[in-house]
Design a protein around this ligand. Structure first.
Ligand code: PMT
Length: 256
């Protein structure tokens, strides 16, 4: 048995102290953890999995930035499930509004350059790396030191290209490398070309134009693509999908 300690706070008897029901998220995670231990092998035990999640945020001036609609849900689901399956998980995340999964090493970052620096530090020790983050392709060339005034009718920002973190990992390949592809058409063809161009072992393509898939939703609709196989999956929760992605990583030799 596992004892889940009570939380502190305002109590039903009118006083404040230790005695509240523990957080539901924590209780759920401990129950799921026990179920995984009973029903599934901890098939990632002894392995280190590096996961990126969420958007990056590229500053324009002290109060404004360019970002995207990634909620972090897909990457956080992968982190939760990898940990339940016994992995040591490093989660590098852009700014999101969801709770950090229990038991993972968490590295918050903001810009693409910060994400790249953090990922490069952790990459050498990772057996499996999964890039689920939606990294901004461009950043503002000159970040204004003061808030930009609305004096003129138009405003032009010069953008410069961010490094492609995943492609640079593929250039000095270490372990099993998984990318995501946010596509709106020709899913498999575009994903396969990204897989080859970035020297990946697997790519998960989501059609971000379809409802219930991609950015922000609790569900996703993806095709898992490797060099020899393409597997179209039905709509499912991001947690269930995370389990299937990890099954495929293991099936394709990602933990050998
Ligand atoms: O966070 P959610 O709301 O749950 O949404 C999940 C998601 C839609 C963000 C996720 O499933 C997803 O598709 N992530 C990748 C989005 C993306 O940036 O796709 P892309 O096709 O532009 O990039 C391809 C791959 O290269 C990705 O693995 C990306 O992390 C990586 N990349 C892209 C640009 C860049 N400068 N550096 C990168 O490493």
């Amino acid at each position: 048995f596992t004892v889940i300690d009570p939380d502190e706070g305002f109590l039903a008897c009118g006083t404040t102290g230790k005695g509240r029901l523990g957080s539901i998220d924590l209780i759920e995670e401990i129950i799921l953890d026990a179920i995984y231990a009973l029903e599934k092998e901890r098939d990632l035990a002894g392995k280190t999995v590096l996961i990126t999640a969420g958007p990056t945020e590229e500053p324009i001036d002290p109060v404004r930035s360019i970002t995207n609609k990634s909620s972090g849900k897909m990457g956080y689901a992968l982190a939760r499930v990898a940990r339940r399956r016994g992995a040591t998980v490093h989660l590098v995340s852009g700014p999101v509004k969801i709770d950090v999964p229990q038991g993972v090493a968490f590295y918050p970052v903001s810009t693409a350059l910060e994400m790249q620096a953090q990922v490069e530090k952790l990459y050498r020790d990772a057996d499996v790396t999964i890039m689920a983050a939606a990294v901004a392709d461009y950043r503002v060339k000159e970040i204004a030191k003061e808030k930009i005034k609305k004096d003129s009718e138009t405003l032009t920002l010069e953008l410069i290209k961010n490094p492609d973190i995943l492609a640079s990992l593929g250039e000095h390949k270490n372990g099993f490398l998984v990318g995501f592809a946010a596509e709106t058409e020709n899913l498999t063809e575009n994903a396969l070309s990204k897989l080859k161009k970035k020297n990946l072992d697997m790519i998960v393509a989501n059609n971000v134009a379809v409802e219930g898939s991609g950015f922000g939703s609790d569900t996703n609709i993806v095709t898992i693509v490797t060099e020899n196989e393409s597997l179209e999956l039905a709509k499912m929760s991001k947690d269930s999908l995370a389990d299937i992605i990890i099954d495929h990583i293991i099936k394709n030799g990602g933990t050998e």
